[in-house]
Structure formats: structure tokens, C-alpha cells
Design a protein around this ligand. Structure first.
Ligand SMILES: Nc1ncnc2c1ncn2[C@@H]1O[C@H](COP(=O)(O)OP(=O)(O)O)[C@@H](O)[C@H]1O
Ligand SMILES: [Mg+2]
Length: 370
């Protein structure tokens, strides 16, 4: 990738008590979020949770009912769209139909009043980045949806905005190209240090690309944190279910210490779980949900020396190439899925119906509230 060496650090964006109703429907509910300069923050959540609305408010395309938006420390309430220093790629990337791809990409630079030779060089460089150099003389109608989307990205990148707002920018691309573009986009963003807010409903994309993720649900923030925090320490059941796959086990609290909670699973197994992450308060005898990721569970055919073991019967086996998914049922009817890496040359798979012991490290478990 051809990137010049003129690092400019992005600016911070701060959302303060934002609210937005569409008629009687609450689209955004008291949203507070700080995006640091140069950071890539993803807004992740199911369709209709308010991601696009949030982005449009930051862009100035719609106005919040109440609350404030600060860009680089300034309240932009009365700043029109084109004066906010933003690059926006929306879901319906409207290209200029009567301009070639090169003209589309050059447009913003020409508007900035740069020298023609500079405009041309920067535009051609950017077209190489998005792998559209060969198509530079075509018109938008002569490109596929995915190619048009890349033109929209190029048009945004080339002016080196202070903040990029990207609304599902890779949604229309097929899997392979999407993965390539995810890496390119991330490299580009990091090298230029452009503060970026990426809207996506794709949790893998969010995990891969983000410095931090803001998980949204029904117009509210559920959790904000690094990909690892969000994945390993979900605060509640919504986040644990939305990001990746989790096993949920109902359990009872049988002991409470300062930083540890002991839960009893299936009336037999007692596990001491660290409770320093979400600082929830519990009472003795309370029923809680614990979660455990499929890849954190080990399976044992023979007697195991592991501290925690739970007996289960293998109910279903799924071969997915890089790993094997096993679906177990415990004596009490709890269903548990585990992922085992397909590491050996001779693929080994357990047979349905086999009795097995499952184990995991206590610290792999999370205590959740619903
Ligand atoms: N122009 C509009 N008029 C009325 N309701 C809207 C409008 N735009 C969005 N909504 C509603 O606001 C909520 C949030 O929408 P949106 O921000 O587009 O969600 P997302 O981008 O997360 O899918 C949804 O319930 C949606 O139906
Ligand atoms: Mg949307």
C-alpha cells in the first residue's frame, strides 16, 4: 500500500447524553461515549439498535433532540455537515453518476483547491489502494456494487478527514474481498491516525478491526471495551450472546467472599468465580447465569485430574474443517457446545452417545446478569 508519511493525529469525538426520538419511538437513549483521537471505535449491535442514527447525528445529517456532540472539543450543534471535517461513507454510497471513477475520487481534493498534478497523483495512489486503478475511466453504473463501495471508501480516504464515519462500508462485498478490505482499511486508518467510527452488525469484523467496541441495544450502550474485554468479560447476557458463542449455565450462589463468588452447578459442582470485573452484588442462594466459551472447555474420555469436571453425553458432532464442534447434554439436561481444534494429521472425532467429562478453568467463566 502506498501511504505517505505525513501522520496527522485524529481528533476526539465525544457524545454527551444524546437522545433521539422518531415520533414516539426512542431511537437513541441517553448515549454517552468518548472516542479518543486516532482510535477506531465500532458501534456494534443488531439491526435497528440505533447505529446509523448515531452516526448521522455526529455527521450533522440529523439533529439530536437533546444532548451534545463534541468534535475536537468543540460543540458542533450549529456546525453544518461540510464544516465538521468528516469523511462519511454511508450504507447507500451515492457516487456522482456522470463522473468517472477517477473524477469521483478526485472531487474532494479539487474542492480543497489542491494543484491539479497533486490531485491526480493522490487520486491514482488511492485507486491502487482499493484495487480499482484499472477501472478508473469507467462510470459508476459500469461497476459492481462492491466496486462502487470501494470507490466510496477511496473518495472518503483521499481527503484525509479528521474523523471517518463508516456505516457498514464493507457490507456489500463478498467474503474474500471483505477480509482484504478489512485489513487495508485498518492499516490505512492506523497509519494516518484518523479517528474512525465504524458501524457494523458483524461481530467478527468489530473484533478484528476495533481498538474499542461499543455494543448497542435498543438505543442504549450495553458495554464499551477492547475486543478482548468484550469477548472475555461480557457484562451481561446480551453482550455475551451477541458477541461470539457462549454456553449459559444456570447456577446458585453458595458462598460469597470479598472478590470471589462460589456457584453451584447442577446441584453438584462448586466453582469459585472471580467477581472483580463487573462488581455486581449478589446474595446467598441467588440464582445466576454463568457463561463459558466453547473453546475454553476441555473434554476428557478417561478420568481427569482437572479440578472441575462435569459429566455429559455427546449428542451431536459437527465437522467444520479447522475445528470440530461437539454438542453435549449433561445429566440435568444442560446443553453445552465445545470447539476442539482439528490439530492432528489424522482427524479424530468422538462418536455420538459417548460419555465424557468436561473441564475448564474457573477464571474462564463469567458471572452474568440478564
Ligand atoms: N427516519 C426514520 N423515521 C422513523 N423511524 C426511524 C427512522 N430512521 C430510523 N428509525 C428507527 O430508529 C431505530 C434505529 O434505526 P437505525 O439507527 O437505522 O438502526 P441501525 O443502523 O442500528 O440498524 C429503528 O427502530 C428504526 O426503525
Ligand atoms: Mg444502519
Amino acid at each position: 500500500m502506498n501511504v505517505r508519511n505525513n501522520h496527522h493525529s485524529g481528533v476526539g469525538v465525544e457524545l454527551h447524553n444524546l437522545n433521539k426520538n422518531y415520533e414516539k419511538n426512542r431511537a437513541i437513549d441517553t448515549l454517552n461515549l468518548k472516542i479518543h483521537p486516532g482510535e477506531l471505535m465500532s458501534l456494534l449491535g443488531p439491526s435497528g439498535c440505533g447505529k446509523t442514527t448515531t452516526l448521522k447525528m455526529i455527521a450533522g445529517l440529523i439533529r439530536q433532540d437533546s444532548g451534545n456532540i463534541f468534535i475536537d472539543g468543540f460543540d458542533v450543534r450549529d456546525t453544518p455537515v461540510h464544516k465538521r471535517g468528516l469523511g462519511l461513507v454511508s450504507q447507500n454510497y451515492a457516487l456522482f453518476p456522470h463522473m468517472t471513477i477517477l473524477e469521483n475520487v478526485s472531487f474532494g481534493l479539487k474542492m480543497k483547491g489542491l494543484k491539479a498534478s497533486v490531485v491526480l497523483q493522490k487520486s491514482l495512489d488511492m485507486l491502487k489502494v482499493v484495487q480499482l486503478f484499472e477501472l478508473k475511466d469507467r462510470y459508476p453504473s459500469q461497476l459492481s456494487g462492491g466496486q462502487q463501495q470501494r470507490v466510496a471508501l477511496a473518495r472518503c480516504f483521499v481527503v484525509e478527514p479528521k474523523v471517518m464515519l463508516l456505516d457498514e462500508p464493507l457490507g456489500a462485498l463478498d467474503k474474500k474481498l471483505r477480509e482484504t478490505m478489512q485489513i487495508e482499511l485498518k492499516m490505512f486508518q492506523r497509519q494516518f491516525g484518523i479517528t474512525t467510527i465504524l458501524v457494523t452488525h458483524d461481530q467478527e469484523e468489530a473484533l478484528m478491526m476495533s481498538d474499542r467496541i461499543a455494543v448497542m441495544n435498543k438505543g442504549k450502550l450495553e458495554q464499551v471495551g477492547s475486543p478482548q474485554e468484550i469477548y472475555e468479560h461480557p457484562l451481561n447476557r446480551f453482550v455475551a450472546e451477541f458477541i461470539g458463542v457462549s454456553n449459559f449455565i444456570t447456577s446458585k450462589i453458595v458462598d460469597i467472599e470479598e472478590r470471589y463468588i462460589t456457584v453451584e452447578i447442577e446441584g453438584q459442582l462448586r466453582i469459585k468465580v472471580l467477581n472483580n470485573y463487573n462488581l455486581l452484588t449478589f446474595t446467598l442462594g441467588q440464582s445466576v447465569t454463568v457463561s463459558i466459551r466453547p473453546e475454553k472447555i476441555n473434554i476428557h474420555q478417561e478420568n481427569s485430574s482437572a479440578q472441575i469436571t462435569l459429566e455429559a453425553i455427546l449428542d451431536e458432532v459437527m465437522y467444520v474443517g479447522s475445528s470440530i464442534y461437539y454438542y453435549f447434554i449433561t445429566a440435568k439436561g444442560t446443553k453445552l457446545i465445545t470447539y476442539q481444534q482439528n490439530t492432528s494429521a489424522q482427524t479424530f472425532m468422538l462418536n455420538k452417545g459417548v460419555h465424557i467429562a468436561l473441564s475448564w478453568e474457573p477464571d474462564s467463566m463469567c458471572l452474568l446478569v440478564d
